[in-house]
Design a protein around this ligand. Structure first.
Ligand code: NI
Length: 153
């Protein structure tokens, strides 16, 4: 395992579209393990492959709910419900936080390291992390979606 360098700010790789993963091999496992190690090192709740300069549809998430790190390959949101409007940040946009509107509940279909499909339902922080990380795979950063919070919200 190895730590990978997190790309930040205006790095053009953060704005590119990631490609679907089609090879579920040992290199993919090593990449996922490196991403988990890097996420923990940086105290993040998620990390997407483009954040370390690799344009593959792979993300890791841990919202520290004691269920351990999650690895999601080729993730897609298949259902959303409700709304939350909370503060977000990103390892690739240091020193910036802001309010972003996200679904309260998000159901995501993804593949594991063996290529097996599974579904995950996230609520609250996990829903937000799922949406935030999938945005990274499409070259979207949370700062694109940031809004000013009115006093009555
Ligand atoms: Ni991020």
């Amino acid at each position: 395992m190895a730590l990978r360098k997190v790309r930040i700010d205006d790095d053009p790789v953060l704005r590119k579209m990631s490609k679907e993963v089609i090879k579920f091999d040992d290199r993919l496992k090593e990449l996922a393990n490196d991403m988990i190690e890097t996420m923990y090192q940086e105290d993040g709740v998620g990390l997407a492959a483009p954040q370390i300069g690799i344009l593959k549809r792979l993300t890791v998430i841990d919202v520290y709910d004691d269920s351990g790190p999650k690895i999601l390959i080729n993730p897609e949101i298949i259902y959303e419900e409700g709304e939350q409007f909370e503060i977000e940040g990103c390892l690739s946009v240091p020193n910036v936080t802001g309010y972003v509107r996200r679904p309260l509940i998000a159901k995501v279909k993804a593949q594991d390291l063996e290529g097996q499909s599974f579904e995950i339902i996230g609520e609250g922080l996990l829903a937000r992390a799922l949406c935030h990380e999938i945005d990274h795979l499409n070259g979207v950063l949370f700062i694109d979606k940031m809004e000013i919070k009115d006093d009555d919200e």
